[in-house]
Design a protein around this ligand. Structure first.
Ligand SMILES: [Zn+2]
Length: 224
C-alpha cells in the first residue's frame, strides 16, 4: 500500500468515472508554485474533466485526486499529433494514469540575474516577474537545452522518492511493465501507439517540456 497524504476526492464531474484497463503512466509537472491547494482549486473550477490521479508536492507529499481505476483528460491530443508519426488517433487518456510533479518547469534568467518561470509575450519567451524567483535550479549545457530551455526547476529528492514508490505501486497494481528507453524525451511513436510503459508528457507532444530529463529522474526510471 502507498501512503496518501491527502485524498481530494474529486467530484465525478471532474473525471470520468468509468473503469478502464491502464497501459501507460504519464509524468507531468504543474508549472506552479508551492501551493497544491492552488492547483486543486484551479482544476476544480474548470468545467472540463482535466486532471491527473496524483500530484506530488515539493515536500514529497502524495495528493490523490481520483482513483486510478478511472480516468480524466491530461494529454491534450488530437488527430494531428498522431498523423505526425503516421498513425491514427486513439483515445489514450482513457488508458493512461497521470501523475503531476509540482514544479515551475522551464525558467529563464532575468537581467537581475535571477531565474523566473516563463511566460510568452508576442511569441517571445520572457520571465514571469509576477512569480517569485526560483532557487532550486537544474541547468542543461547550452548545447543540450531541453525543448529550447537551458534552466528548469529541479525536482526535489523527496518528490522523486515518493514518485518512485508510487510508480512501483501502480506498475504492480495495473500490471504495467516499464523498461526505460531514452526515446521518451522526444515525441515517440511508442507513446502515441499506446505501448505499455512510463512516459513523459513530452513523449506525446513537441510543444511540451514536462517532465524534463533531470539525471536523478532518469536514474529512477532506469531502476524501475
Ligand atoms: Zn503535462
Amino acid at each position: 500500500m502507498i501512503e496518501i497524504y491527502k485524498d481530494w476526492n474529486f467530484p465525478d464531474t471532474q473525471y470520468v468515472r468509468e473503469r478502464t484497463e491502464k497501459q501507460q503512466i504519464v509524468l507531468h509537472h504543474t508549472v506552479s508554485g508551492d501551493s497544491v491547494n492552488g492547483d486543486m482549486s484551479w482544476w476544480l473550477h474548470t468545467k472540463e474533466r482535466v486532471a491527473t490521479s496524483y500530484v506530488i508536492s515539493r515536500e514529497g507529499h502524495l495528493h490523490k485526486c481520483f482513483d486510478d481505476e478511472y480516468w480524466a483528460y491530461h494529454l491534450g491530443l488530437s488527430a494531428p499529433h498522431f498523423a505526425k508519426v503516421g498513425i491514427s488517433y486513439r483515445p489514450l487518456d482513457r488508458y493512461a494514469i497521470g501523475i503531476e510533479l509540482d514544479s515551475w518547469g522551464a525558467l529563464v534568467q532575468h537581467t537581475d540575474g535571477k531565474f523566473y518561470p516563463v511566460t510568452t509575450q508576442n511569441g517571445k519567451v520572457v520571465p514571469n516577474l509576477k512569480c517569485k524567483a526560483v532557487e532550486n535550479i537544474y541547468e542543461y549545457c547550452s548545447n543540450q537545452k531541453y525543448r529550447g530551455f537551458q534552466y528548469f526547476e529541479r525536482y526535489t529528492t523527496a518528490q522523486l522518492a515518493t514518485l518512485g514508490e508510487l510508480l512501483h505501486h501502480l506498475m504492480e497494481k495495473h500490471h504495467i511493465a516499464a523498461r526505460y528507453k531514452s526515446d521518451i524525451w522526444n515525441v515517440t511513436p511508442r507513446a502515441l501507439a499506446g505501448w505499455e510503459g512510463v512516459f513523459a508528457h513530452a513523449s506525446y507532444r513537441q510543444d511540451k517540456s514536462d517532465v524534463h530529463p533531470q539525471v536523478e529522474l532518469i536514474n529512477l526510471l532506469k531502476a524501475l
